[in-house]
Structure formats: C-alpha cells, structure tokens
Ligand binder design. Structure first.
Ligand code: HPA
Length: 263
C-alpha cells in the first residue's frame, strides 16, 4: 500500500482528495472531464486489469468543479474472477488518499415501469441477491458491518437537490446485485420484483459493503440502460448497455457537477 500510495502521490501530488467516483459500464469517459493526472491501472500493482469493454481503466486525480477528486474509470466485477474483494485495494487507496466519501455509478436494468433506458436511479438500499460477501475471511470483529443507511442519507439528499437544480429526473430505488456475467432470466426478474428490487446490475453492492467497512460514506446512482429481462421486446446485450449508457451518463454528469458545486 505504501509503495502504491507513493507512486500515486509522486505523480498527482499529496493534497488530500475529498471524494472518489467509481464509474460503471459505458460511463468511463466522465474521467476525461477532470483536470488532473491520469494514471493507468497497469502502473498500479494490484489494481484491476481492463477486463470489461466500455470501461476506462485509469485513476484520474484532479479538480472537478473545484473539488479534488479521485476518479476510477473502471472497476473489477465479481464475475470476472469470482472475487468479491476485487475492488478492495482501490477503495483502500481512496481512503488513504484522504477521501471521506465514494460515489458509485453503474449501468443497470430497470424493474420499474416508468423508469426506462436513459433514466437515473439513486440507490436507497440494496439486495445482495448473489449471496457473496467481500468480508468473508476478514478476521476481526470489524467484519460485522452495520448496513442500515449504507447509502448515506445526507449525500442522497444533496444528490436529490443537485438533480432538481440541474432539472434532471432522479428516481429512487432498491438495487439488486446479480452476479452475472449472464443476464437474468425473466423468472429471476419477476422474483426480484417480489423481493422489492427496482433495478438490477452486476456491481456496486460489494463495493458499498467494502466502503462501509473502510469507514467511507457511500452513495450510488444507476444509469438505466434497458428494461430488465422479460419486461420489453428490446434484446438485452452488453453492446446495448454500452450504446445506451452515454444517454444517462450525460445527465449523470450534470447532477454530479451540481453536487460538487454544493460541497
Ligand atoms: N441486468 C444486469 N446488469 C445490467 C443490466 C441488466 O439488465 N443492464 C445493464 N447492466
């Protein structure tokens, strides 16, 4: 960790960052809005390799709307190697860089009529439908993380206000983590609806568990790229996810900029 931190701070300076931003599928270009230093994940031992197309595997540290941020242009997913701790090191680095909070973004399928492709959903809570947990094997009592209000109420209120100010509709709902990489079946989506999910995706949940474990405040926004399996005639695919994500990403950028201005 010390060597990693030194590599980053030698290149990007050692002023503390205020927050981290983890970008989801098709949202990686947001990193280009930051005025700062970009470091390839390949130069950061232990960081995930560029496993999924549509991501931009760089750590960018610099100013966005006058706030010093660390933007993770790509993430590792559980489905790549079956490792739910895949994002632990980047989150530990974020904490060591001085961040107090992490904002996570993802591409997701919608289970809610009236929340279609291109729409944004602020996560109020999640359902760990995968049953995997990144803290399995952690030896101390710190592993018993309280997940009530895991999605920070103050940050959520500020993001809601930012969306209103930016005139962007921000839905609120529960995100279910499905391991992937195959998409869900229509029967699984019906089951998830009964369980109370509003959106489904293949990331974010292990990262929020790790963030809370590390003492980082967390919030997350889904960019809806499709109606979930069985809910519409559109064909679900990763290519479709990547094609649709930029529509929501443009709105997300407006909300995030507005949020940062208010910090
Ligand atoms: N399911 C899971 N993950 C996703 C979806 C989906 O429908 N769309 C984008 N990511």
């Amino acid at each position: 960790m010390d060597a990693l931190l030194k590599t980053i701070q030698d290149r990007a300076g050692s002023d503390p960052v205020r927050l981290g931003l983890i970008l989801g599928s098709g949202l990686g270009h947001l990193a280009e809005s930051v005025e700062g230093v970009a470091i390839d994940y390949g130069d950061l031992p232990g960081f995930p390799h560029a496993g999924v197309s549509g991501h931009n595997p760089k750590l960018v540290i610099g100013q966005l709307e006058g706030v010093r941020v660390a933007v993770f242009g790509g993430r590792a997913h559980y489905y790549e190697k079956g490792d739910p701790t895949a994002m632990r090191l980047p989150l530990e680095v974020l904490k060591a860089l001085g961040a107090e909070q992490v904002l996570l973004t993802n591409a997701a399928g919608s289970l809610k009529d009236g929340m279609g492709p291109g729409e944004l959903m602020l996560l109020s809570d999640h359902i760990n439908f995968s049953g995997r947990n990144p803290l399995i094997g952690e030896a101390t009592d710190a592993r018993f993380v309280n997940m009530t209000d895991a999605y920070d109420r103050q940050i959520r209120a500020a993001l809601d206000a930012a969306a209103r100010a930016a005139a962007v509709t921000l839905h609120t709902g529960v995100y279910a983590w499905y391991s992937g990489p195959s998409f869900e079946t229509p029967a699984e989506i019906r089951a998830l609806k009964v369980l109370g999910a509003d959106a489904v995706g293949m990331s974010t949940v292990p990262e929020v568990i790790l963030a809370r474990f590390l003492g980082l405040k967390a919030a997350a926004v889904s960019v809806v790229t499709n109606m979930a399996a069985g809910m519409s005639s559109e064909v679900i695919s990763h290519a479709h996810t990547k094609a649709m994500a930029p529509i929501g990403a443009a709105k997300l950028e407006q909300v995030l900029r507005q949020y940062l201005q208010g910090l």
